[in-house]
Design a protein around this ligand. Structure first.
Ligand code: AHR
Length: 512
């Protein structure tokens, strides 16, 4: 179906939700986007955050703001057209040759409920003044509707917040929320949340939050399988159902693009989820407030958090693409129409190359395996490994994890990676392990230091085949880096996780 057909379908879906009949029209109507659908259902958005697309058919403002490291200036990132997709090319050119962080995620609802760097609270963040880190603006490349876009990549220590909101539910007032996450990026730290939290960044007791949680921490609630699970963070508890611990109806949810929903009203709340690329929503819980004290009635405070717990716990990980909060308890039918809009939007993993694999460009290479998605290829002298790097890392750690893309020393159709802080030294393999070595200009060195990029074997980023062992790809294994085949005699050739371990997201360099 073409976009125009989709627009008509979605407009009709919104009208259906509103219970009104509309005549077919050939006039060009604004596409009905998630917040139009919520409004038609009588539960309007009071906050609408996205780095990928407009959440209203008429929205034509900025989606988010980035700040680049080279001169600390900022740039708003807007849309290709009103109601449409993000103009990521503006970010790419502004951040070219440097690195960028996301400084503001604007609120499209008109209520100015924007998200900015989270301040310290019950816990300090790792950045100056106890603030949380800001997200690397290039760490989560994707496409939406065929257009390049970036998500908000939350490494542990990263967090966004607004403690001074307007129109967000407080007390026991009804509200709804959805978010689209990367269902393969999570951890067991507390707490990758999006939603309603305390206004002072502290734990103010049971029932003072109502946020979507996503991850596999089992300290509070959990569901079936090994996780991750969509749960509700209601403060001092992540709830997968009515019981404080295990609830059998909350399944592991790990779609690459995951729609996650939590909604609550007096003595009633729900968890719903689905695949943001296709199909409908499942209801994982729909019933009374938890059978633990303090959660009925709720004491919501109406701040908004992203990537952290209510008390600024900040050891969690995840990736956010878009999300909204509503006033009023949305009907399942309204959310089903929103899900139809989401699946029609066309979320897809990042395009190959990411525009950064160009000779002369400074990059960093981030692992994509769930264990290790905050680790980057780095060196310490000649030793090459992966290590966690964040915006709070030392300048040495950042530059050790930064590489200049060069035309392949042995084949200019491929690439070589020169150390950012050790000029003339390149990543090369020896006995199948990667080292940083000075270019000795031998033919063997040049071949061992040449890698041919292709699309990431797990659908994310890129994989890099060795030029002289073409079935072997740059792989991390136990945090060391090798060229590995998919099965073979070495432990690092293990087939398990091979596709993930050989797939790397190319980001702007930690040291531009
Ligand atoms: O409810 C789980 C977590 O507990 C909250 O996010 C945090 O505020 C507290 O530590």
């Amino acid at each position: 179906m073409g976009m125009r057909g989709r627009a008509a379908l979605l407009t009709a879906a919104a009208a259906l939700v509103a219970g009104i009949a509309i005549a077919p029209t050939t006039a060009q109507a604004a596409t009905s986007q998630p917040c139009d659908i919520y409004a038609a259902g009588g539960t309007p958005c009071v906050a609408a955050h996205s780095t990928t697309r407009a959440l209203y058919g008429t929205y034509n403002g900025a989606l988010y703001q980035v700040r680049r490291a080279s001169d600390n200036t900022t740039r708003d990132i807007g849309l290709l057209s009103a109601g449409g997709y993000v103009d990521a090319a503006t970010q790419d050119s502004f951040c070219s040759g440097t690195s960028c962080v996301i400084t503001i995620i604007y609120d499209q609802s008109g209520r100015n409920n924007r998200l900015t760097q989270a301040p310290p609270g019950g816990f300090n963040g790792p950045a100056a003044g106890g603030y949380d880190n800001l997200a690397d603006a290039t760490a989560a490349p994707i496409t939406v509707g065929g257009h390049k876009a970036y998500g908000v990549f939350v490494a542990p220590g990263t967090g966004y917040r607004n403690n001074n909101t307007n129109g967000v539910a407080t007390g026991d007032q009804p509200e709804g929320m959805y978010a689209i996450f990367d269902g393969t990026h999570y951890n067991a730290g507390c707490c990758f949340d999006y939603g309603n939290a305390e206004r002072n960044s502290r734990d103010n007791g049971n029932g003072t939050m109502e946020a979507i949680y996503f991850g596999n921490i089992k300290a509070w609630g959990y569901g079936t399988g090994n996780g991750p699970w969509v749960m509700a963070d209601l403060e001092n508890g992540l709830f997968s159902g009515v019981n404080p611990g295990y609830n059998a109806n909350d399944p592991t949810a790990n779609h690459r693009f995951l729609t996650a929903i939590v909604k609550g009203e007096p003595n009633h709340w729900s968890i719903r989820a689905g695949n943001a690329q296709s199909g409908g929503l499942s209801t994982h819980y729909n019933g009374a407030r938890p059978n633990a004290s303090g959660y009925n009635p709720m004491k919501k405070e109406g701040a908004i958090i992203l990537g952290i717990g209510g008390d600024n716990s900040n050891s969690s990980a995840g990736t956010f693409y878009e999300g909204v909060m509503t006033s009023g308890y949305p009907s399942d039918a309204t959310e089903n129409s929103v899900q139809a809009n989401i699946t029609a939007a066309g979320y897809a993993p990042g395009s190959s190359g990411n525009g950064l694999l160009t000779p002369g460009t400074n990059i960093s290479l981030r692992a994509t395996t769930a264990c290790c998605a905050t680790r980057y290829i780095t060196h310490s002298g000649a030793t090459v490994s992966t290590a966690v790097v964040t915006s709070s890392s030392s300048s040495t750690d950042k530059s050790n994890a930064s590489w200049t893309v060069r035309a392949g020393l042995a084949d200019s159709a491929c690439l070589s990676f020169e150390s950012r802080n050790t000029a003339g030294s390149f990543l090369r393999h020896q006995n199948y392990q990667l080292y940083l070595r000075a270019n000795d200009n031998t033919a063997l060195f040049k071949s061992d230091a040449t890698f041919c990029p292709q699309s990431g074997r797990n659908g994310q980023g890129n994989s890099f085949a060795s030029q002289n062992f073409s079935t072997r790809y740059i792989r991390h294994y136990n945090n060391n880096v090798y060229i590995a085949s998919n099965g073979g005699s070495n432990a690092f050739d293990a087939t398990a996780l091979w596709a993930d371990d050989v797939s790397w997201v190319v980001t702007g360099a930690w040291t531009p």
